[in-house]
Write a protein that binds this ligand. Structure first.
Ligand code: ARG
Length: 460
C-alpha cells in the first residue's frame, strides 16, 4: 500500500512502524471538524481562483459522501493510512479523481490538525459550560429548599459555627461560576484560526486566511504561523479547566460520601445512584461520589501528561504533539459523564434536616456569639471576651450540655456584666441568622446569593 508521502522513499515502512506511528485509531473522532475544515479551505481556494468551480463542487460532494460513509460505518479506517487527514483525502481522491489531489494545495497536516483539534476543544468548552449550568440548576433547587436548614459549618472538620444548607451548597455554586468563566475565557482567547499556516511558515499561494477563519467560525486569524502549528495551549487550558472543575466536584463528592455515613447521616443517596456490596448484604455504598473523586485523579494525569509532552519541544510541529489528543478526549468524556451523574445524584438524594440540626447542637457552635455579645453589649475587648467565653464553654462541658442550653445563672457566675438577654443570642438559629454581613450565612443573605445564581443562569 503506497503512502501519500512515499515519493522520496525506496523501501516501505514495517507494520510495526504503522502501528506505532498512526493516530487514526483515535483522531477519527475529529472527522466532522476535518471535513468542515477541508470544505472551508476548498471554498477559499476557489474564491482565490486556485481551484475551479467544477473542482470545488466535486470536492464538496465527494466530502459529503465520505462523511456519509463514516457515519454509516461503511468507511474503512486503516492503520496504514496513518491518520484521519490522509484517510479522508485518499478516499476523496478515490471517489472524485484528480480534483481530490488538489485539496491539499496551500495546506499541511500541521495546520489541518491544529484546526481540527482546536475546533473540537472550542466546542467542548461550550458544551461543558452547558452541562455545568444543568448541574447548577439542580443544586439551586436543593439549596433553595434549605435556606433555614441548619447544619454545623466546619473548619478543620471540627464544628465551628452554624450555617444553613443552602449557604453550604451556595459555596459550590460559586465554584461552578468560576469554572464557567474559565471555560468561556479559554474559548475567547483561543478562537483563532490556524488554517493557512501550512507546514510552519505560511504559503506562497494567494490564500485568504480571513475567509476560512470566517467560514469556520473563528474570530480572527493567528498572528505567527510558527507558533500556531505547534501551539497546544488551548488543549492544556481545557485540561486545566476540567481539572479545576473536577477538583470542585471531588470536594463536593467527598462531602457527599461523608454525609452518607452513619456517623453524619446528613443525606441519603437514592437507590438509583447507590450500589451494594457483593458480600455484605446490608451495605449501600456511595460509589458515585467516590468514583467522581477518583476520576479527578485521572483528569489531572492527562493535564500533567500533555504539559510534559510540550515542555521540551523545539519549534515548530513535532510528532510528539500527536500525543495531545487521547488525554483530552478522555478528560472531556470524563467531565461530561461526571457532570451528568452528579446532577442526577443530587436531584434524587434525600436531605436529613433533622440530623443536621441535631449535629448543630453539639460542639458549642454559638460560642463566637457569646464573645460577640460581650463585645457589643458589654463593651469588653474581644480578646477578653474570648477568654470569658472559653470559661463558659468549659462550664458547659462540665455540665455535659451544649453552650446554647446553658442557664443564665452559670454565665453570671463567670462574669457579672452578662445580662439575661444573652440567652437569645446563644440559640443556634440566632447564631446562624446573626451572620448578616455581606456574603454571610444568615437566611436573608443566603437567599440573596441564591438569587444571584438564579439570575446568572437566566442571563447566560
Ligand atoms: N497525526 C498527526 C497529529 O495528530 C497529524 C499531523 C502530522 N503532521 C506531520 N507533519 N507528520 O499530530
Amino acid at each position: 500500500m503506497e503512502k501519500m508521502w512515499s515519493g522520496r522513499f525506496s523501501a516501505s515502512g514495517t507494520k510495526l512502524l504503522d502501528q506505532f506511528n498512526a493516530s487514526i485509531m483515535f483522531d477519527r473522532k475529529l472527522y466532522r471538524e476535518d471535513i468542515e475544515g477541508s470544505i472551508a479551505h476548498a471554498t477559499m481556494l476557489e474564491k482565490q481562483s486556485i481551484l475551479t468551480k467544477e473542482e470545488l463542487t466535486q470536492i464538496v460532494n465527494g466530502l459529503a459522501q465520505v462523511k456519509a460513509e463514516i457515519e454509516s460505518g461503511e468507511f474503512e479506517w486503516k492503520i496504514s493510512d496513518e491518520d484521519l487527514h490522509m484517510a479522508i483525502e485518499k478516499r476523496l481522491t478515490a471517489i472524485i479523481g484528480d480534483a481530490g489531489k488538489k485539496l491539499h494545495t496551500a495546506r499541511s497536516r500541521n495546520d489541518q490538525v491544529a484546526v481540527d483539534f482546536r475546533r473540537f476543544v472550542l466546542r467542548k468548552n461550550f458544551e461543558i459550560v452547558d452541562a455545568i449550568k444543568l448541574l447548577m440548576q439542580e443544586i439551586l433547587v436543593v439549596a433553595s429548599k434549605h435556606t433555614e436548614t441548619i447544619l454545623p459549618g466546619m473548619t478543620h472538620l471540627q464544628h465551628a459555627q452554624p450555617i444553613n444548607f443552602g449557604f453550604h451548597l451556595g459555596a459550590y455554586l460559586s465554584m461552578f461560576v468560576r469554572d464557567i468563566e474559565r471555560f468561556e475565557s479559554s474559548y475567547k482567547r483561543n478562537n483563532i484560526s490556524p488554517l493557512g499556516c501550512a507546514a510552519l511558515a505560511g504559503t506562497p499561494h494567494n490564500i485568504d486566511r480571513a475567509k476560512t477563519a470566517e467560514l469556520l467560525g473563528f474570530d480572527s486569524v493567528s498572528l505567527n504561523c510558527l507558533d500556531t502549528v505547534s501551539d497546544r495551549d488551548f488543549a492544556l487550558e481545557i485540561l486545566f479547566n476540567i481539572s479545576t472543575m473536577m477538583m470542585h466536584i471531588s470536594r463536593l463528592s467527598e462531602e457527599l460520601v461523608m454525609w452518607s455515613s452513619y456517623e453524619f447521616a446528613f443525606i441519603e443517596l437514592s437507590d438509583e445512584y447507590s450500589t451494594g456490596s457483593s458480600i455484605m448484604p446490608q451495605k449501600k455504598n456511595p460509589d458515585v461520589p467516590e468514583l467522581l473523586r477518583g476520576k479527578t485523579g485521572r483528569v489531572y494525569g492527562s493535564l500533567m501528561g500533555l504539559l510534559t509532552v510540550m515542555k521540551g519541544l523545539p519549534l515548530a510541529y513535532n510528532k510528539d504533539t500527536q500525543e495531545d489528543k487521547e488525554g483530552v478526549f478522555d478528560a472531556v468524556e470524563t467531565a461530561e459523564i461526571s457532570l451528568e451523574i452528579l446532577k442526577e445524584a443530587i436531584k434524587t438524594m434525600q436531605v436529613k434536616t433533622h440530623n443536621m440540626k441535631n449535629a448543630s447542637k453539639v460542639g458549642h457552635l454559638s460560642a463566637t456569639d457569646l464573645a460577640d455579645y460581650l463585645v457589643q453589649k458589654c463593651n469588653i475587648p474581644f480578646r477578653e471576651a474570648h477568654f470569658i467565653t472559653g470559661r463558659a464553654v468549659a462550664k458547659s462541658e462540665e455540665l455535659k450540655i451544649d453552650l446554647s442550653d446553658i442557664e443564665f445563672k452559670y454565665l453570671q457566675e463567670i462574669d457579672a456584666r452578662i445580662n439575661e438577654d444573652v440567652l437569645k443570642f446563644l440559640s443556634i438559629e440566632n447564631s446562624m441568622n446573626a451572620r448578616i454581613s455581606s456574603g454571610g450565612t444568615a437566611t436573608v443573605r443566603t437567599k440573596e446569593q441564591l438569587e444571584y445564581f438564579t439570575n446568572y443562569l437566566k442571563e447566560k
